[in-house]
Design a protein around this ligand. Sequence first.
Ligand code: CDP
Length: 223
Amino acid sequence: MENIKIAVDGPAGSGKTTTAKIVAENLGYVYIDTGAMYRAVTLKAMRDAVKFDDASLAEMMQSTEIELRTSDRGQRTILNGEDVSEDIRLPEVTKNVSPVSAVGCVREKLVAMQRELGRAGAVVMDGRDIGTEVFPNAELKIFLVASVEARAERRTLELSRSGIEFSVEEIKKQITDRDHYDSTRKISPLRKASDAVEIDTSDMTIEEQAIIIIDAARKIIKA
Ligand code: CDP
């Protein structure tokens, strides 16, 4: 078994993206950031002043093309031909992404795209519902968790590096609210798949958590 699917799910700031990227690079796999896709749809809805309801978003989705492109600057998110990789990380987008992601037509279209992108395997996909909904048969499922304090500190630092300043307390509130929204929505809420391996990353470095996943993946690949 060489081309397995690795699902990495977990709440905001648990280190999914950074870890999943390292794992993919190490295994020579493709990395797919599904959060970036939900963020791009949210950005489009905000720019076009589209209401966050099923009918309005369904119409918008007909003229929404999202592409994930690999470049020498890493993975880029392309929305209708425009590189929006920076804009999708803006605080306004982060604030609105959960309500948009909870809408059925948005999930339907993006989940279909994600299944297609990962169909051949050799993929590390991160998000909220990868192990439960997108690839319930993934050979390896990881659920990353960390204390809200650790997650808020990491996210505050990350934003500060891109020139966006928030206090740790503000970020703590934002991620707590988003986790609550993501975990209680009706369609594909954030939850650990029963066969997922849970890793608490509160006191781990990115390298440490990546090594645990790489080792687990190699064992499955060898078997
Ligand atoms: O990186 P961070 O944890 O802040 O979030 P993200 O992975 O970029 O995801 C942003 C938002 O998209 C989440 O808060 C969810 O509302 C939504 N999302 C989702 O519903 N399903 C996924 N598979 C991935 C993200």
